[in-house]
Design a protein around this ligand. Structure first.
Ligand code: ZN
Length: 392
């Protein structure tokens, strides 16, 4: 589009004033070179941006994987906590059983000791005691009772001893069972800890991969931002070269003649020129033209003979026109601009005469009410338009 415009502008100029193309061929070549560099950079930037997107997708996958592994790990850790609680209970049971065992052993020992004593006593005093028992019997029934009693004593002792031994053995079995169960719990805990460790290793390995992705993403983003800077520089260079080309292409001469007032009438100057170059930072700021308020539809005229180089719309200037009046005797190009129009009557490439109707006042673009913003650019700089149109 831009190239087409340039070509059509060249063609129009060539027809009108017969400039050989070779005069500005170098600048055109420069523009094409920078344009090519810009396109190459854009292509590289698109590739890097695509790679960043791929890396971001990989990073998202890795993060999802870590989240899944974290959930698994949490389940295993919960299981470990549960097993450890079981182990605590088991160890308490073992301690209790050990108490029981000690008691059972004591009961057994006591019974054994008292039994031994009674047997010993009966053995040592056996006959006498037995005899005494028999002799002291008051009746045959009493005697039988006493004999029976003695027999019962030994049977009782044996029975009691057997019972205590059985109890002690039972408690021993119980204790052995608890110890086995406790060992099983230890094995389960150990296995779960190994499992948790393997999940943790997977998570740690993935975190390393994510860090690598992030480093690559950051590297890519730094590359993109430096390419963006390069693109901005290319664009500025292209704009500068295009302006240079326009100046080179124009052989029009400004003869120093007086400007025609650029509109049919106006109410007042609502904002004077106030453009300055910042003394330290060098950039321009302030009001680049003079604002002349008027009703919508008021006629706007070309301030002087020239060629329409811009007739278009943008969001700041609204519908606007730029006219190149040519170079003065010092070789400086003089351009006038007409902003915020409601209508444009000329097209890029048109030749206009001073006082020719080119558009109508409006409030398009960045404007709060109908007015003409009139700009004069001399040698590429904004200058106060007032002296050019007899306002001071
Ligand atoms: Zn203005």
């Amino acid at each position: 589009m831009k190239r087409w415009k340039l070509k059509s502008l060249c063609a129009a100029l060539a027809c009108a004033i017969m400039i050989p193309a070779s005069v500005y061929a170098d600048t055109k070549q420069d523009i094409e070179n920078v344009q090519q560099q810009k396109e190459d950079t854009q292509e590289r930037m698109a590739q890097v941006e695509k790679r960043i997107e791929e890396l971001q997708a990989l990073r998202a996958d890795a993060k999802a994987y870590i989240a899944a592994m974290d959930a698994e790990l949490a389940a295993v850790e919960e299981n470990i906590a549960d097993l450890e609680a079981q182990k605590v209970v088991k160890e308490q049971e073992i301690a209790t059983t050990e108490g029981e065992l000690k008691e059972a052993e004591e009961d057994e020992k006591e019974q054994y000791e008292s039994m031994k004593l009674r047997i010993q006593f009966m053995y040592e005093n056996g006959n006498q005691s037995y005899l005494d028992a028999i002799l002291s019997a008051g009746s045959i029934a009493d005697l039988l009772n006493k004999a029976d009693y003695i027999a019962q004593i030994t049977a009782y002792d044996r029975e009691m001893l057997d019972k205590y031994v059985a109890t002690r053995e039972l408690v021993e079995d119980k204790k052995a069972q608890l110890i086995r169960e406790n060992e099983e719990l230890s094995v389960l805990i150990h296995n779960a800890e190994v499992e948790a460790q393997s999940y943790q290793q997977l998570i740690d390995a993935k975190a390393v991969v994510i860090a690598e992705y992030e480093a690559q993403i950051a590297e890519g983003q730094a590359e993109v931002s430096s390419m963006q800077e390069a693109l901005n520089a290319f664009e500025a260079e292209i704009a500068e070269l295009e302006e240079k080309l326009r100046r080179e292409q124009s052989k029009r001469v400004y003869d120093g003649g007086q400007f025609t007032f650029p509109m049919a009438w106006y109410y007042r100057v609502t904002s004077p020129f106030g453009y300055r170059i910042h003394p330290i930072f060098g950039y321009g700021h302030g009001h680049t033209g003079i604002d002349l308020s008027a009703d919508t539809g008021t006629e706007i005229y070309a301030a002087y003979d020239g060629e329409v180089v811009i007739s278009t719309y943008n969001s700041a200037a609204g519908n606007y026109i730029a006219i190149n009046h040519g170079k003065d005797s010092g070789g400086n190009v003089l351009i006038t601009m007409y902003l915020h129009c409601s209508k444009l009557y000329v097209s890029e490439g048109d030749t206009v005469k001073a006082g020719q109707l080119i558009g109508l006042v409006g409030s398009t673009g960045n404007s709060t009410g109908p007015h003409l913003h009139f700009t004069v650019k001399y040698n590429g700089e904004y200058v106060d338009p007032a002296p050019y149109i007899g306002l001071q």
